[in-house]
Design a protein around this ligand. Structure first.
Ligand code: COA
Length: 642
């Protein structure tokens, strides 16, 4: 039974048990409807506690049902029945009350929560708006300023914030169920949320600012502005009209391409580690070594400390070790300030730095993040082979070098793996887990578990130049270069891709990163005979002229007071390299040529066995490279024909 009813004297406890996250599937809706009827008909029941089994309160509607025909009873009707009950209902919230879960809790007459609980309306992140009264009941409990952040921002709030704002009536001290039973015993009559007046805007300027910030950050995702409009109706219309409009908006968004794309990414992200190799027993991990205290190494070290690991940071001398440790301390402090790190002192206490590899004798895993050069990496791996326990895992953070070649330095190559973090490592969600040919299954399983413990979305990649993400991005760069030769200018290519939904154009991105790094790499590869074609001739000429990007005041653009402007110098170089007539290229031509190039490269990665699936590629591009999330990623949108 997904919904059960138990008696505690005059109090009925209705428990939802639908693992893993108590999503409101059809059986739950029907069970709640039945529970309302049962408790209303029992004259001796004075109050009802609504609780959930397992790790969380209801985490939302069942997203899997969204692509199926709807089956009654629908959630708005269930919530209306609870709200209309004559017996008071008290929601007892633990874990997360999200989406439909919070809407159910708001349909109850009172709410009590575990102090660690969180609650929110994340529908907007799935391309939706709340569909069961969220935008109508929430502004009757909290100020409109908070409601707009929750409805259009989608981020959950803590139980403390919810209590202060009016969303909760009490926090449980001690056991939640006992506290909820005691609370219910004191309730004499229902207090219906829809019967309360709208709280309104306590600070209209703050409301407008939150709304406009969220609209600006939406980057083409429609649900954000629709959520703001829906909430505005919740604030102003009579509740019955607002509820009807909200439901209609929800249903029309649910069928939209953007919502389908976001649902695809939601499930694709949760399937990336479903791999037979992850069934092996992972190795124990408590102590992690990081070699290299530069931006990347310090970022990885900070992340591991924030997630509870002990970290030893290795640098070549005392001054560099201290500089690396200082970078880590700065990152930890920033994270603590932003509320991302609760045990700041504990994290600092777990950090050690050293200048010799013997400090890693007891490490369970070592991640090297030294200079991106094969011989430097090989030296580090050879030294680690001698200094570490034979069962310690040795990982490289390389972003394109051959991990098989690095692994071959070890007596036992099966303990080598690639962990490609993205900068800043403590923020970016993606982790490419690069699997060399001889990696042991339990090393793969350990890396997968580490990725979860670090809060990352781990995606497996085979070994190739650049792995999944960088290889696709280099096809983007090459196509962008070809577009210049065919007739477009950098600002046109960038504007088209920004319009498509990327946060930044490819040429702006190169200016920010610095053109010199890629130039040095090209020169090295040409010398090694690994680079064919002449696509980057324009970029070479900019570098030869000292135009390395923002840091030199010019690259693909000129920078005047920090603002990018099209450059005459660059236009002249492009004209000369073109040598012939320029083609007329529309924005659509530019976007579709780049998308085709990305997808061709993605297909090649699947054929070569580098990527496991098109879904994994979507996850990589969306989480690591700014591909707009609402498209569902390059492969999903290609399948849909856009
Ligand atoms: N509907 C259907 N399935 C859901 C779901 C939902 N609303 N929320 C989570 N799941 C499933 C996941 O697909 C996953 O399934 P799997 O084990 O088969 O892969 C499982 O529940 C666990 O989810 P996961 O995200 O891996 O667990 P977590 O502990 O890291 O996070 C939540 C739990 C609830 C915070 C997170 O799942 C979440 O944010 N869910 C979406 C909530 C939401 O957007 N609700 C509004 C819907 S309109």
């Amino acid at each position: 039974m997904t919904v059960t009813l138990q008696r505690h004297g005059a109090i009925a406890v209705v428990t939802i048990d639908n693992p893993p996250v108590n999503a409101v599937a059809h059986a739950v809706r029907q069970g709640l409807m039945d529970a309302v009827a049962q408790t209303e008909n029992a004259a001796d029941i004075r109050a009802v506690v609504l609780a959930c089994a397992g790790r969380t309160f209801v985490a939302g509607a069942d997203v899997k049902e969204f692509d199926m025909p709807p089956v009654d009873p629908n959630l708005p009707d269930v919530i209306a029945a609870i709200e209309a009950a004559e017996t008071p209902w008290v929601a007892a919230v633990h874990g997360t009350a999200l989406g439909g879960g919070l809407e159910i809790a708001m349909g109850c007459h009172y709410r009590i929560a575990d102090p660690k609980a969180r609650m929110g309306l994340p529908e907007v992140t799935l391309g939706l708006v709340p569909g069961a009264g969220g935008t109508v009941r929430l502004p009757r409990l909290v100020s409109a300023d908070l409601a707009v952040a929750m409805v259009a921002g989608g981020k959950p709030i803590s139980a403390q914030v919810a209590l202060e704002a009016g969303l909760l009536d009490a926090l449980a001290e001690g056991d939640l169920r006992d506290a909820a039973l005691a609370f219910a015993a004191s309730c004499s009559a229902p207090r219906r949320t829809l019967g309360l007046p709208v709280v309104g805007k306590t600070d209209p300027e703050a409301f407008d600012k939150t709304a406009s910030d969220l609209r600006r950050k939406a980057r083409g995702q429609r649900s954000v502005s629709v959520a703001i409009e829906t909430l505005e109706r919740g604030l102003t219309l009579p509740s019955a009209d607002a509820l009807a409009e909200e439901r209609a908006t929800f249903l029309s968004l649910k069928a939209s391409d953007q919502a389908r794309g976001l649902r695809h990414i939601f499930f694709a992200e949760r399937a990336t580690l479903a791999d037979p190799r992850c069934k092996a027993e992972p190795r124990a991990l408590t102590h992690i070594g990081v070699v290299g205290g530069g931006t990347m190494g310090a970022g990885i070290a900070s992340l591991c400390l924030m997630r509870g690991f002990a970290v030893t940071l290795i640098e070549r001398d005392d001054a560099s070790a201290e500089a690396g440790a200082e970078r880590v301390r700065t990152t930890l402090q920033g994270s603590a300030k932003r509320g991302l790190l609760h045990d700041h002192a504990g994290a600092l206490a777990r950090l050690q730095s050293a200048t010799t590899y013997d400090a890693l004798a007891e490490a369970d895993l070592v991640i090297e993040a030294v200079f991106e050069d094969m011989s430097v990496k090989k030296n580090v791996f050879a030294a680690l082979d001698a200094a570490t326990r034979p069962d310690a895992i040795l990982a490289t953070n390389t972003s394109y070098l051959d991990v098989n070649e690095i692994a071959a330095c070890l007596k036992d190559p099966s303990r080598a793996i690639g962990l490609h973090f993205f900068s800043p490592a403590h923020i970016m969600k993606l982790l490419e887990i690069v699997l060399p040919d001889r990696v042991a299954d339990d090393v793969v399983a350990t890396a997968a578990r580490l990725s979860k413990s670090l809060g990352k979305i781990g995606v497996f990649s085979g070994v190739c130049d650049g792995f999944i993400g960088n290889r696709i991005m280099s096809s983007y760069r090459s196509e962008a270069d070809r577009l210049l030769l065919d007739g477009a200018f950098p600002s046109e290519v960038d504007a088209a891709m920004r319009d498509f939904g990327f946060p930044m154009g490819i040429f702006e991105m190169q200016d920010l990163a610095g053109l010199d790094i890629a130039w040095a790499m090209r020169k090295r590869r040409r010398a090694e005979g690994k680079l064919a074609g002449n696509d980057s001739r324009i970029s070479d000429r900019l570098c030869e002229a000292g135009r390395f990007g923002r840091k030199t005041g010019g690259g693909w653009y000129d920078y005047v007071d920090g603002r990018a402007q099209p450059s005459e110098h660059v236009s002249k170089v492009i004209d000369e390299e073109r040598g012939g007539e320029a083609m007329m290229l529309t924005q659509d031509d530019i976007i579709s040529r780049i998308l085709v190039a990305l997808r061709n490269e993605a297909e090649a990665l699947i054929e070569e066995g580098i990527a496991r699936s098109a879904n994994d590629i979507d996850v990589v591009m969306v989480n690591g490279y700014g591909f707009p999330r609402w498209t569902g990623g390059p492969m999903f949108s290609a399948r849909r024909g856009s």
